[in-house]
Design a protein around this ligand. Sequence first.
Ligand code: AGP
Length: 606
Amino acid sequence: MCGIVGYTGNGPAASLILDSLELLEYRGYDSAGLALKDSETGETILRKRAGRVQDLRYLCDFGSEWFNCGIGHTRWATHGGVSNDNAHPHRFGKVVLVHNGIIENYLELRDQFLLSDRLKSDTDSEIAAGVMDHFYNKNPRQAIAETVRYLKGTFSLVIMFEDIPDVIYAVRNVSPIVASYTNEGTMLASDVTALGIHAKQYMPVPEMNILELHKDAIRLYDMKGNPQACEFIDIDWDTSRASKGNYPFYMEKEIMEQPETVMKTIKSRIREGHIDLTADGIPDSILAECDSICAIACGTAMHAALTAKNIVQSRLRIKMEVECASEFIYSDPILDERTLAIVISQSGETIDTLTALKYVRSKGVRSIAVINVKGSSIARESDYVIYTDAGPEIAVASTKAFTAQIAAMMLLIGRMAVVRHALKPGEEKSFVENIMKLPEQITSVLDRRRDIHVIARQLLEAKDTFMIGRGLDYSILLEGALKLKEVSYIHTEAYASGELKHGTIALITEDIPVIAMVTQTKLISKELSNIREVKTRGANVILFLREDIDVNEAEFSKVFRLPAASDDFMVIPAVTALQLLAYYVSSDKGLDVDKPRNLAKVVTVE
Ligand code: AGP
């Protein structure tokens, strides 16, 4: 999970690289660096240090020196701690490179190529540079091809050679690289977010191909040196949405965008009152023929799958498994050709999810991906794709992508219900009406966000808290707990409230904050009695409930009422409230909401 940028052309390489790295900091931000080719002397200078790109800028006051070719990197440490020496780029002999991924056999290579005495860092990346320097004999593509034969693991390597001016090379295995023309040259990056303001089209670089960036040309070769066609995709994101606007943090902006992004995701798929996925190229047959669903994802995307499972099983009466991608392929999963795999991923680059997808495809299982980033690795690997229309999501904590995933899953479930004749007369109409109401329900929560901000103040001193609910409320709370944990560092545990009495209630003590969610009409009485159980043990209960339930609000430390909807459709307004709660706790604690410690937006290491 690192951010990589490369540029060569007639423009100012240093500022373009630094600005682009800042757009990629959500991929990793513990250290940063860049290497620049002096256009006069051909010399390559390196500037790198622990810290943010903003800190790196202090090392980049070049005065009148001019560079028009360079590579940059913002790091999420895997091998080797956070230090100036471990920051990228790494120079070894004639090779200067940056790397995203994990070279699993780096120690064997260190010994095999006798590199130890010349290493300056503890990283696998520097060893890859050493191997490449070993093979380099004025033929870059040959050196790259020889090197990757020895590498085991995932990598995107972006390379400059000391004696070759103005050309940048790249090769990848799993970890992503995209490339584009700009109006003054060519550039590459880890993902399209960094290209947006410079390009209208981009090329996802295929795995195990060698990319050459020249000032006026992008060239692609296979490992034998045969030229390959470059296939470009339109950048149809509104790149202005990749900026913070007037918000202090991307997370707040992205929460506030949700009425628009959910509407964008659903609008183009509802025609004359019916769900229509033909534009996505998803045949009704794949929805009608499967007899079970296996949903695979990580983190927030997995919570979207868990939420959908409640709806699939209640509406379609077919079995749906939800698998945590990092565990899936090691669990000897039971799959057959009548299983439909649904993989969900905002980035489309999460390696655990991509690995799981490749596994199910190897078993002959057909797949539908729910993806936010067009042309991403998981999108390209899947049989079919439903793209969410959330636009660039920059904050590490996923919010608008989650609600767009839920909306997309509801469309898929709705279409499945129609083609499987699982709906009674008139049910499709009400299902579609409920989906169309989602944006206004989000808005009604956002309009009362100040009330949630007041509630958030109750949690500022908390070290531990619980979130309790049943059924769909429990799935919602799993996502709410992840949000609060990852941006505020409060240990938050989502718990099926009926399960508390089997042990965990031992942890409920005087004044411990407990957030309770009650939105499911069929579970109200059970959920309220579980709340009483924690209250009698001294818990300080903050209640989020649907507005049409009658409770004595004096019994709770705070109550927030959610717009009432049919049970299945309470997910989105409920999770919006929990997103805001997490956001306000984090921002009021003075934390870096968009870049929480230890995290990165895209997890491209297993
Ligand atoms: C959620 O807020 C986190 N950023 C993380 O759990 C994320 O959802 C997970 O890494 C999956 O990412 P993806 O959707 O890009 O595959």
